[in-house]
Design a protein around this ligand. Structure first.
Ligand SMILES: Nc1ccn([C@H]2C[C@H](O)[C@@H](COP(=O)(O)OP(=O)(O)OP(=O)(O)O)O2)c(=O)n1
Length: 176
């Protein structure tokens, strides 16, 4: 088997599927994904079913940065949107996401037991986190998409698939 994460990435990007209406796949055809550590459901007769999800291509992070900058400009809110305030606002929104999950116990991938209204609420709170994150990066002059590429390259170096496959240990715990 090749790079597990690369295979997962390709699987998750080869079809335009709504995040909430993901296509059900037979795990026997894609064992490396279905047998990953995040599977909450257990195999029935050796076959697991799971949903896959892709994002829409738009808006890009640059689109979101620009739309939020316009939103703040139109309201004369840049006086409030300094980096520290944006950080606090983002953390507050992360707290709102946490509230949606609290006391539920473990939640299976795809949120099968959630109502449409709960899913929409989650989508809104995650959007708030992203909006503040993007504006925080903007106000700190971090080119977020490029920074993500650099960070993912570092992650791949720190966690070579051949070394860490199937283990969630932190890189400091691996011996040479
Ligand atoms: N000073 C502000 C206030 C709001 N927003 C934008 C960014 C977020 O996407 C959203 C946050 O709005 P609220 O603070 O009203 O938070 P919620 O939408 O989560 O409402 P509630 O806290 O009632 O759930 O609005 C902003 O940019 N700057």
């Amino acid at each position: 088997m090749g790079d597990h994460r690369q295979e997962k990435f390709e699987l998750r990007n080869d079809a335009p599927i709504s995040p909430l209406n993901g296509e059900t796949l037979r795990a026997q055809e894609h064992k490396s994904v279905a047998n990953g550590p995040n599977r909450a459901d257990s195999p029935v007769n050796g076959v697991q079913e799971y949903k896959r999800c892709t994002f829409s291509a738009e808006p890009t992070l640059e689109d979101i940065r620009r739309m939020q900058a316009e939103f703040a400009d139109e309201r004369n809110w840049n006086q409030f949107h300094q980096p520290r305030n944006l950080l606090l606002a983002m953390v507050g929104e992360v707290g709102e996401v946490s509230e949606l999950f609290q006391w539920r116990g473990e939640v299976a991938e795809g949120l099968p037991d959630w109502t449409e209204s709960e899913r929409e609420h989650l989508a809104q709170e995650l959007s708030d986190v992203l909006i503040y994150l993007v504006e925080l990066a903007d106000k700190c002059h971090v080119d977020l998409p490029q920074a993500v590429l650099r960070k993912m390259a570092l992650n791949r170096l720190k966690y070579p698939a051949s070394k860490v496959h199937g283990s969630a240990k932190k890189y400091t715990e691996y011996k040479e």
